[in-house]
Every structure is written in C-alpha cells, then in structure tokens.
Design a protein around this ligand. Structure first.
Ligand SMILES: [Zn+2]
Length: 315
C-alpha cells in the first residue's frame, strides 16, 4: 500500500514536470529543433504575461510553440510592479498579452497597450469578482504604498477560477498558433485535471473549518475563502516582519470577536512571529498565493504544498 502510494506520488511528480516538454514532441511542424537558438527564438510569437500563474499556464499549454515572457522582477509583487521603458516596449510589441484582470496590474491604467493583443483571462467570471473596502494603505517591497481596496485580484487560488483562466489562455493561444491546437488541448486537459484535484481536496477540507474562524496575515485570500467556505479575517502583516505591539493589538481586536486558532501566511513567517502567535493561542500555516516565480518548484508544486499544509493543519 505504502509503495503504491509512493509510486503514484512519483508518477504524479513526473507528470507534473513533463507537460512543459510535451508540445514540442506533439507538434511536429512547430518545433523542429529542441534547443532554440536566439534567432529561432525571435521568430516565435511573443506572449507577455501579467503574473507567474499565467506564465505557468501559458508555458504548460503552449510548450515550445510560443515564447512566454514574464517581466516583473522576482522580489516584487507583480500586481504593484512598475514596468520600466524596456518592459513597456516589450508589452507594446507583444503578439499576445495575457492579463489577470480583476484590476490586477495596477500599471496597466497608465500605459497604452495594443488593445487587440490584450486578453483579460478572468473576464469569463467578471460578474463574480469580489469588491473590497479597505481604507488603510501599506507597503511591501519596492512598489511603494498601496491599498487592497477595490477588486480582489488573487483570482487563481480558487482553483475553479484558475482552470477558467487557463481555458481562456488555451483558447487565445490556439488562435495565435492554430497548428499547435491538438497539443495545446491535451496540455490544457492535463493541467485542468490537476487543478480539479486541488479543488476537490480543498472542497473536502471545507467542512473541517466550518466552525473554526481563521485569520490571514494579508488580505489576499478572498476567493479561497469564498470557494472553500473559510471564515477568514485579514491583517496587513508581512511574513518577514515580526509583529510589533501595534500589530498584536490589531490581531487581538480581531480575536476578540473571532476566536481563530490558525493564521494563514503568504510565506514562511519568522520564528519569533510564530512564537508570538502561539502565546495568544494561534498556530501558523502557509498558503503561498504564488503571484511571482517561486524559489523552488512551480505553480502546481507550490499549490500542492499549500493544500497539504492545510490538510495537515485540519486533519
Ligand atoms: Zn498588500
């Protein structure tokens, strides 16, 4: 039993790595050479993406048939990033621009993009986007002050929404490279299967926290909370900052009417933070929204780790 489980995990891990290479193999005319020389590279359609989840979806679906480019630096939140001149030029020269929608890319308001190339990947569920009223501003990273007021934009951590976004990505990629249609459809199906599995696992968890209020370190979990029935209240904390007296007072104000026992963090919190929370009866669990490229693994390995962490926290 144990070995079988191990084998199936291994198969799963292999399956997770494989699809990126598949399209090259399954689209004979599109990719005759496996290694793209700089010259060959420039002839491929240029697909620019607004965040890492879209990069992952596009690469996994299109494989070698397009060049997917995600330009936000690794240490910045792509939502609050400010593209420089070169990045703006790249967007303006793209064959396809995959946007997250839901007001994700704050920079897009100030820059004229070639309208016919821009695709809002969350447009199909635009009517069910969540509006947030948040008056305070704060900052994390080099992007300066921001607020999370307006439309909640971490759409993909509702895995049903993620697969709808991936479906839109598939459709526009097929329009861009019709010759790769079959491979793209196959690749999308395998991605969708994995997202559906995550959705099932999260849905199965939802009854375990039905009477358990939860706290989040940052207001980025609206869609996760809605789809999977979490009673979640958010602070404006950062994983790398240890909560000071003011932060602990904010937390205690929430806990007074919302007896949470778990805090969900965007990234691994400092040891000192974990201890401070334990002192007020809160345990810590990480659910990384993965808006930017992860330090290791990929979108799906991060999401699987997120779900596993919750399964462990709520056995
Ligand atoms: Zn923020």
């Amino acid at each position: 039993m144990k070995i079988r489980l191990l084998l199936s995990c291994l198969a799963f891990a292999l399956a997770a790595c494989k699809p990126a290479e598949e399209p090259g193999a399954t689209t004979p005319p599109a990719a005759p050479t496996p290694v793209a020389s700089p010259a060959a590279k420039s002839t491929k359609p240029q697909v620019l993406v607004a965040n890492y989840p879209l990069q992952y979806f596009a690469q996994r679906i299109a494989g070698d048939s397009v060049e997917v480019r995600f330009l936000a630096p690794k240490d910045e939140d792509p939502a609050f990033w400010q593209p420089d001149e070169a990045a703006i030029a790249a967007f303006q020269g793209a064959d396809l621009i995959l946007m997250n929608g839901a007001t994700y890319s704050k920079w897009a308001d100030k820059i004229t993009l070639p309208e016919s190339k821009v695709v809002d990947t969350s447009a199909v569920f635009a009517v069910s986007l969540i509006q947030v009223n948040e008056t305070t501003t704060h900052s994390h990273g080099p992007g300066g002050e921001h607020s999370h007021s307006g439309t909640a934009f971490t759409t993909w951590i509702d895995f049903k929404q993620a697969s709808l976004q991936a479906k839109t990505v598939r459709d526009v990629l097929i329009r861009l490279v019709p010759a790769a249609k079959e491979a793209m459809e196959t690749n999308y199906e395998s991605l969708k299967d994995e997202l559906d599995t995550l959705d099932d696992r999260m849905s199965a968890l939802s009854r375990r926290w039905v009477n358990q209020p939860l706290v989040a370190s940052h207001p980025v979990y609206h869609y996760l909370a809605r789809r999977y029935g979490m009673g979640l209240k958010a602070l404006l904390w950062e994983p790398e900052n240890v909560p000071d007296d003011k932060a602990m007072a904010d937390l205690n104000a929430i806990l007074a009417g919302h007896r949470a026992r778990w805090m969900i963090w965007e990234g691994e919190p400092a040891k000192e933070s974990v201890e401070k929370l334990e002192a007020v009866g809160l345990k810590s669990v990480v659910f990384d929204p993965c808006g930017n490229v992860p330090e290791s693994g990929d979108f799906l390995t991060v999401m699987k780790a997120n779900v596993e962490a919750l399964e462990k926290a709520f056995p």
